[in-house]
Design a protein around this ligand. Structure first.
Ligand SMILES: Nc1ncnc2c1ncn2[C@@H]1O[C@H](COP(=O)(O)OP(=O)(O)OP(=O)(O)O)[C@@H](O)[C@H]1O
Length: 326
């Protein structure tokens, strides 16, 4: 029997002139975390909406744990635990009540729902607020605790497919780590997880496979290591400009595959056999004060992601310029 919990094949969705999803294919198996990575507007939420039956594809197939989600969206929806991108409305509820209710709605007996609420509060380190009521206009509970309570509601009861859309928004660094541990435990218990994010560094921490979307299309898929090695022998040379200093990087005496500027930092991806002229150049600019400093190291998954989505210039939050030359 197939262990696929999600099969998306050739899914296309248009909104007027905008093709939000263009023939997308993705597979998530039981016991696997797949990251769906893409910049704002790449088409991630549109795809999730179709998986949970809120939108109907113009073309293509979606199967959730073997159920045809286009023909039977209601049945398929019950096999998916979804944490949507927006905050869940919690007003008037405590995290304990909300998680217990969510568990019971998904079929857990009362005692198990209660246990799940307590276990998840400990796992996510939110026991301090478990009996604190959420009030209107964001009062009572912080955004991070609301987000974590939303995650706990999503995973209170087991489901074959768990879809998490930007689950760490508003969550502090220590509790993010706890959330990733909880995601790994879901995977280890046999769930398939689709993790939707635009944060490549976070995705890298937990996913087995990544699918990169760019303007509605899958532009790459595979393990993080495989995608990073897509830059083959690429090296990253990062230079820091002095405050208000001119940027010397558009005109360098060696080959550059990729150039990305974010504030005072400029990242150059260079072929490994250009390491020597690149370092000589950077060192002489540092010695003459044209740049404040530089580092050289192997290209990362983030570099590969920027290279894949370079043409839009939309991949990095603080990204101000993207160019590429041979
Ligand atoms: N209901 C809609 N009507 C018209 N256009 C839409 C609709 N929903 C999405 N779009 C467009 O489809 C494209 C993909 O949007 P989508 O929300 O799926 O992207 P996303 O990757 O989830 O972005 P973000 O990371 O910002 O949430 C965008 O160009 C968006 O403007």
């Amino acid at each position: 029997m197939s262990d696929d919990v999600l099969v998306v094949e050739g899914v296309t969705k248009r909104f007027g002139a905008v093709t939000a999803n263009a023939a997308i294919s993705i597979r998530v198996r039981a016991g696997e975390v797949v990251g769906l990575l893409g910049h704002n507007g790449a088409g991630k939420t549109t795809l999730v909406s179709q998986i949970v039956g809120l939108l109907r594809p113009d073309a293509g197939e979606i199967r959730v744990a073997g159920v045809d989600a286009v023909a039977h969206p209601g049945t398929a929806r019950r096999l998916v635990a979804l944490q949507a991108q927006g905050q869940v409305p919690l007003d008037g509820l405590t995290p304990r009540t909300a998680v217990e209710l969510a568990g019971r709605l998904r079929g857990l007996p009362r005692r198990e729902a209660r246990r799940a609420a307590e276990r998840l509060a400990v796992e996510l380190d939110i026991t301090e607020w478990i009996d604190q009521r959420a009030l209107p206009e964001g009062r009572g509970l912080s955004g991070g605790v609301r987000r974590l309570a939303g995650f706990a509601m999503t995973v209170a009861a087991p489901a074959p497919l768990v879809v998490l859309d930007e689950p760490t928004n508003d969550v502090d660094a220590a509790r993010r780590r706890r959330l990733w541990d909880a995601v790994r435990r879901l995977r280890d218990r046999g769930a398939g997880v689709l993790l939707v994010t635009h944060n490549v560094l976070e995705a890298e921490k937990v996913v087995d496979d990544l699918v990169v979307l760019d303007r509605g299309q899958v532009v790459a898929a595979g393990s993080p290591a495989r995608l990073a090695s897509g830059l083959d022998d690429g090296l990253r040379l990062e230079v820091t400009l002095p405050p208000g200093g001119d940027d010397p990087t558009p005109d360098v005496p060696f080959a550059v595959r990729q150039r990305v500027r974010a504030g005072r930092r400029v990242l150059l991806v260079v072929p490994a056999d250009e390491a020597s002229p690149a370092v000589t150049w950077a060192a002489s600019l540092r010695d003459t004060g044209v740049v404040d400093g530089y580092t050289l190291g192997p290209a990362t998954l983030e570099d590969a992601y920027l290279a894949l989505t370079e043409s839009t210039g939309a991949a990095g939050d603080e990204l101000t310029e993207v160019t590429s030359h041979a």
